[in-house]
Ligand binder design. Structure first.
Ligand code: ZN
Length: 239
């Protein structure tokens, strides 16, 4: 199992680690990872590993078997040996853009209160698919509402509740865009706003900025029709 260092501290850019294994495909497994593995519509992180005067460029990270995180080298070359002490470093600019856009998608799901059926993030823009038969009428108003939440500079925090606590708080479940898996242990909740006065609250395993102001000005992009029931809505970072 790889410890998910990005979950405790999404602002951790570098950390030391010990190589635990290699995969048949040429990937590297560390005991703890600052690299977020591809999942939930968010791309895996890129960066590099340094050891003994050598450097391996990491193209992305993916989930492996048994709760492992596999770092995928950008090109095939010698890997740090098992047991080696390495320093791992993120391509922070790219990851921080993912964090800003990921948090912006939470806000998008607030200003467009329809069920979410999918989503994808890149370093420049992100999108959510809504179960929404009609296109929203006032796009400028939605964009203004989104930027109001950014300007509010609301706190983003996370916590854990048990599946039983979730079961006992049906009003919480009602607010969630995605129903969490039941009976599989603890559920991570991400909250935007204050404890008793939140803007958004939903189960999520991704990386977020600490305050909505850090997202910066955003722009609503095109709204596409996807099948009979779905609308795909794009958000772009302005800078
Ligand atoms: Zn999230």
């Amino acid at each position: 199992m790889t410890r998910m260092l990005f979950r405790d501290d999404p602002y951790l850019r570098d950390a030391s680690a010990i190589v635990q294994g290699h995969t048949n495909e040429g990937g590297v497994i560390l005991d703890g990872s600052v690299f977020y593995p591809t999942g939930g519509g968010q791309p895996g992180d890129s960066g590099w590993l340094d050891w003994d005067g050598q450097r391996l460029v990491v193209a992305t990270a993916v989930k492996g078997t048994a709760d492992q995180i596999v770092l995928v080298p950008a090109e095939p070359r010698s890997l740090p040996p098992i047991g080696a002490h390495v320093t791992q470093s993120l391509d922070w600019d790219r990851r921080h853009r993912h964090m800003r856009l990921h948090t912006a998608l939470h806000l998008l799901s607030v200003v467009i209160p329809f069920g979410v059926t999918g989503g994808q993030i890149s370093a420049t823009h992100a999108r959510l698919d809504f179960d929404m038969p009609e296109a929203p009428e006032d796009k400028p108003a939605l964009e203004a509402a989104l930027n109001d939440y950014v300007a509010m500079d609301a706190r983003v925090s996370d916590g854990w509740i048990t599946a039983a606590e979730l079961e006992a708080a049906p009003q919480l479940v009602k607010t969630m865009a995605v129903q969490p898996p039941k009976g599989v242990g603890d559920v991570r909740l991400v909250r935007i706003g204050e404890e008793d006065d939140w803007i958004d609250l939903q189960p999520c395993g991704g990386t977020h900025v600490a305050r909505t102001g850090e997202i910066g000005q955003v722009r609503l992009g095109k709204i596409e029709k996807k099948g009979r029931q779905n609308r795909r809505v794009y958000v772009h970072l302005d800078g």
